[in-house]
Ligand binder design. Structure first.
Ligand SMILES: Cc1cc2nc3c(=O)[nH]c(=O)nc-3n(C[C@H](O)[C@H](O)[C@H](O)COP(=O)(O)O)c2cc1C
Length: 424
């Protein structure tokens, strides 16, 4: 500090000392002594050292580090009302789950091209609005295979919810019911028995089956779930990867004991799904007395075969990019499947749906309803049943907004003229 400034500073009354301390010290040591100490403190090297030490402590502090990382932030879980889009739930779920459990939900097959492409495809579809239209009341109600729905949005089957939240699928079902009675498609490999899931809430439940080669096993499961009151059966036929790269890598970065036994042969084909033939549906039909759909259909040819084998609905899916990598996005193949089906049965679709406008695009391309997979898992992991409810409510609200903005007041008014597609 230059001498002139120093003198000026020394002459002025100091505001830096608390007044009480200054008063008593002034009384005992005298004004001159106080000024002397103040001056030496202001100029001292020790002060600068102290500030530097404090700054480096803060820079290295674990508290500060946690605050700086927006993704893995255990220090603060946002309130549910702070989350605005479905995407917002993923980082909260990530922060709350062990790494390998989070990755189990996130990963796709191999290099995850199809996983990314499922999302990317929405960017290849424009929405062409009709702006002069009466949208003062928006109607989204529909009925799919006898199940009444307030929105054409359903929850896709996904396995093992207990790993995400202590109440597992019971909480998922409660969240679905709270969100305008959304239909839950309960997975064959749910962590709770169907009776417990259905007892948790009143909303409609469909059942997803992974068929077994031994028909008596299928019969047993199908009788059990129909007795419990499921309203439709979805038979999943896509062949999933035998092992996922992220899971294999996770074995190196997490506790191998917690990761479970190593896959028997990560480069082998999953043996439990090698025997599928179309006659499977004819055989299953003997035990299914509610509507039956095939899930995992991605070509027009297979859609036609579904009709020949008496299926009541077609579910377009590439298992959320977890089946064969480099498959096209489901949105891309939807038009050819809708074309092949010619309105004879409803067509459901899933794969990357995260916004109301995504759902609107699929409806315009001919889907009867859209299913969401990962988002409600994020909601469940992050907040339990209220998280599932909120994820679905966001999608429902966004769909209504997108319908209003595009001048379509009802589902019946949503057609191909609403979209322009630029699929490669
Ligand atoms: C963690 C996880 C588990 C899944 N488990 C099943 C299952 O048990 N049965 C099934 O038919 N599909 C299952 N799927 C696929 C979903 O039903 C759905 O096809 C996919 O998640 C949709 O894509 P999205 O996650 O991008 O919405 C699972 C998907 C994920 C991410």
């Amino acid at each position: 500090m230059p001498n002139s400034t120093r003198k000026a500073a020394a002459g002025k009354p100091s505001h830096k000392w608390p007044l009480v301390i200054r008063f008593f010290w002034q009384r005992t040591a005298g004004e001159g002594r106080v000024k002397q100490v103040e001056r030496s403190w202001r100029e001292s090297l020790h002060r600068r050292c102290a500030i530097r030490a404090m700054a480096s402590f803060l820079a290295g502090s674990p508290f500060l580090r946690a605050q700086r990382d927006p993704v893995r932030d255990h220090s603060r879980v946002p309130r549910l009302s702070e989350l605005r889009t479905v995407f917002d739930f993923e980082p909260v779920a990530y922060a709350r789950l062990p790494r390998q459990i989070y990755d189990f939900t996130a990963y796709g097959a191999d290099g995850e091209f199809t996983l990314r492409r499922n999302r990317e495809a929405f960017e290849w579809v424009d929405l062409v609005a009709r702006t002069v239209a009466d949208v003062s009341s928006i109607s989204t109600t529909t009925e799919v295979l006898g199940t009444k729905m307030e929105f054409p949005i359903m929850v896709a089957p996904s396995s093992g919810h207990l790993a995400l939240y202590p109440e597992g699928e019971a909480a998922t079902h409660a969240g679905c019911t709270a969100a305008a009675n959304t239909t839950l498609i309960s997975s064959h490999v749910a962590s709770l028995p169907i009776e417990k899931i259905m007892a948790a809430a009143k909303g409609p439940v469909w059942f997803q089956l992974y068929p077994r080669q031994d028909m008596s096993e299928n019969q047993k499961v199908l009788e059990q779930v129909q007795a419990a009151g499921v309203r439709a059966v979805v038979v999943t036929v896509d062949q999933q990867a035998s092992a996922y790269e992220r899971a294999l890598h996770d074995r190196n970065i997490t506790n191998p004991a917690a990761a479970g036994p190593p896959p028997r042969n990560p480069y082998g084909i999953r043996e439990n799904r090698l025997w599928y033939e179309w006659k499977l549906f004819d055989e299953l039909r003997r035990y299914v007395h509610v509507p039956m759909l095939a899930k995992g259909i991605v070509t027009a040819e297979d859609a036609r075969l579904c009709l020949e084998h008496g299926l009541d609905g077609i579910y377009v899916s590439n298992h959320g990019g977890r089946s064969l990598d480099y498959e096209p996005a489901t949105l891309e193949v939807l038009p050819e499947i809708v074309g092949a089906v010619q309105g004879r049965v409803p067509v459901l679709i899933d794969g990357g749906f995260r916004r109301g406008s995504d759902i609107l695009k699929a409806l315009a391309l001919g889907a009867s309803a859209v299913c969401v997979g990962r988002p409600q898992r994020w909601g469940l992991a992050a907040y339990g049943a209220p998280g599932v409810e909120r994820v679905l409510q966001i999608l429902q609200t966004e769909l209504r907004l997108a319908m209003a903005a595009s001048g379509r007041a009802s589902l019946a008014s949503i057609d191909k003229t609403l979209v322009r597609t630029y699929f490669p």
